[in-house]
Each structure stands twice: as structure tokens, then as C-alpha cells.
Design a protein around this ligand. Structure first.
Ligand SMILES: [Zn+2]
Length: 463
């Protein structure tokens, strides 16, 4: 999963919290994310979700906008868009979706919101509603004051005056959001049909969700979150979905297997061992079940036992990069970095350009304390950083690699960049200041250090 950082946690190094900066996903700002929801980074899952979403985004005319799917570590079923560049999906949705087609349907619906420019228009409606609401409130306050002056029970009349217009505004906003939902459903089915895929998954998912709204926005009253999905919406979707010539088309078996492996991986990493054991009992010899148990063993049990189980997986699929990645991660976190190097090298070779795996190999190389390995880690981490330019972990490993090589100037610069990406501007500036004294004035590295020194600490950092 996420590159092995300091801890064993699923979302270690590249996790973003609402408090800290340094997301590994470039343009997502921490403050835009739902409170306390960390991002899950994993090459295998991200690749699968990219495969799910690419053709949908293409037929929606969004291929060039570089829309990224971001996985949130949240067990609630949810998917949403908050800007034009990201589709957020909760791990809970990936868990609950039984087929690729269900998640593809979710992406089709969310892409419908993106293609329709719904966010921008919803914001405009909300701004208008907020203005109307303030006007209504002031009118209510006026009535209350007038009532109080007149004596008697005017206060409560005033309170009623405050409430009534707001609920009217809320109803109109709700109607507006429902219109957008219907439009997104329509567009979603259109995208699915254009890519030769069925809308059955989307329909079944919506039916199953029943009383949950897929649309989530922090701007909207909680009423919306708990409001039942209107039956007429499901009925309308059913008509649309069944009109498609592809309604009965099912997912290719190899895609279904990748989907099942994703669910197994999430369960292995996120569920308690007893839950994993119940979900994937020992009698289940399928690859996903063995994957989930191996991960759970590595997370909670004996690392040698875990490695033996992972070796069994490798025997079944000798060219699966993620099995080697898992083996390397288990060995690295089990305190055997030298043994982790070979499987991670294999994972890097098989994955064809997976920066998160590069970073993990870099970490293993650095952790061996071998100067020659440190030498190798430097270009590897630079390559990874060209694809993941905001990874504090990659910078931290790079700092250590330079340190091992005795290049203190570059070590300071990389450490400054790591601190900066973590949102620790104060430490970043201190380290960058020291780096500048060690670097040739005006050199590219000096300029980068100087950039950090001249950054003003963001006001939000004091919160
Ligand atoms: Zn929606």
C-alpha cells in the first residue's frame, strides 16, 4: 500500500490529514478535504481505478483535464466531486461494490457532475441561498425585536419567522440538487453506453444504497445526507439503464479478479484479523482470500509466516508486481531492509514506472546502511519525485541517502523539502538556510533552498 513510512499504518508517509500539508496528490489542498479523512495511496488500487475511469472520462470529453481519482480512508459508502480535477471515492465504496461495473457506474455518475459543471452552478445557488438566508434571518430578527418592544410573546413569533424562510430556501436548494443528480444519472448512463458498458452496476448500487445520498457536499445541510434516495430517481435510472443494448454485459473475468484482489487488499489492511478471518476463512483457497490473509498476517501476525504466505502468492502469479511489493514491505517493516531490496527491485521492474514502489525501494536501500546502496537510491528517488513531487517521504529518504554519501548540502536541502511538504515551514526554512551556506551561490540547488527560505509561513499553519 502506501510506501512504508515510519509506522506500519496503511496510510503512512503520503497520507494527508486535515491538519497537515503535503498531499501526495498535487492539487488537492488539505483544507478542501473532508475533515480528518486521510488519503489511501496504493499503486495497485490506483491503477485499477484509473483503468475503470479512463474511458468514461474520455467519452465525457475530460481526457485532457487530468482528472484523478483519490481514495479516502473512510468506511462510509461515498463518492463525490469537489472541484473539476478530482473524483473522491471512499474505501468503503470500494469494499461494498461487488463488481467493477458498480464502481465504473459510480465514476460515470460523478463524471456526469464534472461534465455538467454542476459544482460551479451549485456554488452559485448556494451563494444565492446564503444571501437569501441572511436576509430572511435579518427580517426575523427585526420581527423579534419589534415583537419584544411591543411586549408579550413576540420573541417566539420572531423565532418562527427565522425558521420558515430558511426551510423554504432549503427546499428549493434540495430541488436544485436533485435536478443535478438526475442529470448526472442521465450523463452517466450515456457515458457507459458510449463505452459499451452496462449501467446495471450503477442501478443496483443505487437500489442497495436506498436511503443514502451519493451526493455529498460539506456545503449542504445534513438533511440531504440522510434523505432517502427518491424512488422515482431509481425508477428513472432503471428505465434508462435497461434501454442500453449493453445492459446484460458483464465485466471481463480478469477485471473481476483485480476488483476482488482490491477488496481483499483493503480488507487485509483495514480490517481486524478476526474480521479478515471471517470474511476470508482458511478453507477459501482463492487468490483474493490468500491475499487478504497474507496481508493480515503481515500486519498483525508473524512476519516470517507472512513472507511464506506471500511466497505462495508469488508462486501462483510470478509476474504480479504487487506481490513482490508486499513481500518487500513486510521485510522492510519487519526490520530486514537488505532482504527487502531484491523483491522491491523485482516489483519496480514489473510495475513499469510506479513512483510509490520506487520510493519504497529507495527506503530499503537507504535503510541497509550500505553506502553503495545509498548511491543507487539518489537517482531512484529523484525519478520518483519527478512523478510524485509532493512526497515528504521521498524527500526524507533522499536526505538520508545524501547524508550517507556525505553530501551534507544536498541532505539539508532534501530535509528542508521534506519538512516543507509536511507543512512544517519553520523547520523547512531553518534547514534551507543552512543548506544555502553549504551550496554554491546561484546553483540550482541554492535557488531551490532560497525559494524555501523566502516562503512566508501560511497563516493557516498557526491554527
Ligand atoms: Zn450525484
Amino acid at each position: 500500500m502506501a510506501p512504508a513510512g515510519r509506522a506500519l499504518a496503511l496510510v503512512t508517509a503520503l497520507a494527508v490529514s486535515a491538519a497537515g500539508g503535503g498531499s501526495a496528490v498535487a492539487p488537492v489542498q488539505a483544507q478542501d478535504l473532508p475533515r480528518g479523512a486521510p488519503i489511501i495511496r496504493d499503486t495497485e488500487i490506483e491503477q485499477l481505478l484509473r483503468d475503470y475511469s479512463t474511458s468514461i472520462l474520455r467519452v465525457a470529453g475530460l481526457a485532457k483535464q487530468n482528472v484523478r481519482v483519490v481514495i479516502l480512508n473512510d468506511r462510509a459508502f461515498n463518492a463525490f466531486v469537489m472541484d473539476g480535477r478530482h473524483i473522491f471515492i471512499n474505501a468503503g465504496a470500494l469494499f461494498d461494490a461487488k463488481t467493477p461495473n458498480e464502481i465504473i457506474g459510480v465514476f460515470a455518475h460523478e463524471t456526469g457532475h464534472l461534465a455538467g459543471g454542476h459544482l460551479q452552478r451549485l456554488r452559485e445557488q448556494l451563494a444565492a441561498a446564503q444571501t437569501a438566508s441572511i436576509v430572511a434571518m435579518l427580517a426575523g430578527v427585526g420581527a423579534m425585536v419589534a415583537g419584544a418592544r411591543a411586549g408579550g410573546s413576540g420573541g417566539s413569533i420572531g423565532a418562527a419567522a427565522i425558521m420558515a424562510p430558511q426551510s423554504a430556501i432549503q427546499r428549493s436548494l434540495l430541488a436544485y440538487v436533485r435536478t443535478q443528480e438526475d442529470q448526472a444519472d442521465h450523463a452517466g448512463v450515456k457515458f457507459l453506453t458510449a463505452t459499451g458498458q452496462s449501467a446495471r452496476g450503477m442501478l443496483e448500487l443505487f437500489k442497495r444504497l436506498g436511503d443514502e445520498s451519493l451526493f455529498n457536499s460539506r456545503f449542504i445541510d445534513p438533511y440531504l445526507q440522510s434523505h432517502p434516495m427518491p424512488p422515482e430517481r431509481v425508477a428513472a435510472l432503471e428505465v434508462l439503464a435497461k434501454a442500453s443494448p449493453y445492459f446484460d454485459r458483464t465485466d471481463p473475468p480478469e477485471l473481476q479478479l483485480r476488483h476482488d484482489m482490491m477488496r481483499a487488499k483493503l480488507s487485509g489492511f483495514l480490517d481486524r484479523p478476526d474480521t479478515v478471518a471471517r470474511r476470508y476463512p482458511l478453507g477459501d483457497h482463492s487468490l483474493p482470500a490468500r491475499y487478504a490473509r497474507a496481508i493480515s498476517t503481515y500486519r498483525h501476525g508473524d512476519s516470517r509466516d507472512a513472507v511464506a504466505q506471500i511466497d505462495g502468492l508469488i508462486q501462483t502469479q510470478p509476474n504480479n508486481p504487487y506481490f513482490y511489493e508486499l513481500k518487500g514491505q513486510a521485510l522492510l517493516e519487519g526490520g530486514h531492509p537488505a532482504e527487502a531490496v531484491a523483491p522491491l527491485r523485482r516489483a519496480v521492474a514489473l510495475a513499469h514506472g510506479a513512483p510509490l514502489i520506487d520510493i519504497m525501494l529507495g527506503q530499503a536501500l537507504v535503510a541497509t546502511n550500505n553506502a553503495k546502496y545509498a548511491e543507487e537510491a539518489v537517482p531512484l528517488l529523484h525519478t520518483a519525485l519527478s512523478r510524485e513531487p509532493q512526497s515528504p517521504d521521498a524527500y526524507a529518504q533522499l536526505a538520508m541517502a545524501y547524508g550517507r554519501k556525505g553530501d551534507l548540502a544536498q541532505a539539508d536541502l532534501a530535509a528542508a523539502q521534506a519538512a516543507f511538504m509536511r507543512g512544517d515551514v519553520k523547520t523547512a526554512r531553518q534547514l534551507a538556510t543552512r543548506a544555502k551556506t553549504r551550496l554554491p551561490v546561484g546553483s540550482p540547488a541554492w535557488v531551490r533552498a532560497d525559494d524555501i527560505v523566502s516562503v512566508k509561513p501560511p497563516a493557516a499553519a498557526n491554527k
